[in-house]
Design a binder for this molecule. Sequence first.
Ligand code: SF4
Length: 376
Amino acid sequence: MDEATATQQLVVDLQTRGARLEVPVNTMGRRGGAGPTDDKPFVFDGQVVMVPTLADFVGSSPYAVREHGGGYVITRDGAALAPVAFPPRPRFYDLSTADGVPYNQIAVLHGTDVLATTIVQTCIRWNSDADRCRFCGIGISLRNKATVPVKTPDQLAEVAAAAVRLDGVKHFVMTMGTLNEHDKGARYMARCVRAVKAAVDLPIEVQFEPPEDLNVLAEVKAAGADSIGIHLEAFDQAVRERILPGKARTSIDHYFAAFRRAVELFGEGQVSSYIIVGLGESVESIIAGSQRLVDIGVFPFIVPLRPILGTEMQDVPAPSPQTMTSIYEAVTEMLERRGMNHADTKAGCARCGACSGLPAFAAGRSVRAGRQLSVL
Ligand code: SF4
């Protein structure tokens, strides 16, 4: 395997070590929420990368952002490294619904062109000390009053239409806490998708746990969802039981049955699964599990653990850049062999890619011949 390019190394380093903001840039960062949070979108070298800027470990990162010639630069140990830009505050954030809910409490911009929402900001698992996923901050933004507990289909449709009209968003990722042990919330998700699709032409990714009855996946597809994320997070059952004890009661076999059914319905490359590096699973297990996913047409969306402030894992160190690089290289190679690329996903996290280094590694393989990071 070739050595990682300078851009790939910078992406991996920034995602795992974070960067201090030494200047006020704007308010696009997000704190709390489901999945990787406390991050800010950095735009550099033609890509968008979500970078931790708030967590405690960022204090010891060699990376920072400072002003430079009317713009911004990323610095390493104080030396200017690469120009960086930050998406402006979206215009739809200035609006509120007729009943007075600010639009940015209903959905937010991720990256530069993705609208994102957690349609139900509570979770049966998060509400139980025994069952809670140790890394998840879904209840934190609710506690901070940054969002509302349940978004209605009409609210989502109204905000999505405005985000397309005012800010040109290109796709929509809709995730949720788990509502119950049966459909897990998928039928409510389907209602929301139907309402958004009736209001605006926007590709949508849905994310939820595998329903007990996999026929529910067909209902979600029929409602208009384009892509789907069903997140396993780890392939090692002992790690699942320790880190995501509630979700771990659903067997890995059931997840794979859901993946296969979802690929039949949504197509190869339209189904993805978040795999979080840094939960205690070995590199070998992650690579072998990712190969199982790729073999059935599912995109393993590899991300480093980003310890979220206020969660039980807030002080757990992020995985090392070397660990991330070895996994990204192996998974990029298997995706290429299968002919899968994140950019072929119609909507959602795989298409956006800003939380993972996989897009940088895929791009690096196609332009390996001599492309360098644009340095100052
Ligand atoms: S990869 Fe997913 S969670 Fe990360 S910024 Fe993009 S849409 Fe948001």
